[in-house]
Design a protein around this ligand. Sequence first.
Ligand SMILES: Nc1ncnc2c1ncn2[C@@H]1O[C@H](COP(=O)(O)OP(=O)(O)OP(=O)(O)O)[C@@H](O)[C@H]1O
Length: 219
Amino acid sequence: MTPGSTSDLTPALQATGIHKSYGRHPVLRGADLTVAPGQLVAVVGENGAGKSTLLKVLAGTLPADRGEVALSGAFGYCPQDPVLNGALTVAQHLRYFAAARRLPDVERGHELVRLLGYERYEQSAAADLSGGTRQKLNLTLALLHDPDVLLLDEPYQGFDWETYLRFWDLVEDLRARGKAVVIITHLIFEQDRFDLLADLTDGRLIPRTASLEDHHVGA
Ligand SMILES: Nc1ncnc2c1ncn2[C@@H]1O[C@H](COP(=O)(O)OP(=O)(O)OP(=O)(O)O)[C@@H](O)[C@H]1O
């Protein structure tokens, strides 16, 4: 993909001049991000740079002090900490979230459970699941309504290798169907997978197109 090749499309997500402080601690200081349909964007940056804060603002779970976020279509948000009810089974989570989203059935939910390979836990309570399996359910719930824009905060934490590969197959399928995907990642070696790397530094996002391939040898 060449830089700017998607610029003619209406953005799936456009964030402009996002500012956010916690008390006197400024975290976001004018962050801008534009994501086109079908684009896969990595948000990278050091620990504490404000990546999760940014995603919460984009998802609307945390109000910005200043700035604007425009999303076209439905969005799905997968936070870093799974928001599950420990007493409910996987199948119950699927049913309740499908009902909350007014979906006609839970077919997509079962399909995602199969794709992520945890069918055998469908009748298990969330409290009894391993960390990786809880994360699979978290991801499933974010994808349940087949959103147009996906915001994923380190979604593959705790995944085994097989699941990790399945995750990328899933992302490729979403992207091929024109979904915009924004992923917070620490995995430097995965950066070639992305159309754009958005580096969060000093409260701003500095875009780098992955296709430009600035080879940092060593370190
Ligand atoms: N609710 C909060 N109240 C006060 N400070 C917070 C709050 N949430 C985050 N912070 C602070 O804001 C800064 C950015 O945190 P954030 O979690 O967004 O960073 P991050 O880039 O996602 O970090 P990591 O890579 O470690 O996950 C950190 O200094 C953090 O301590």
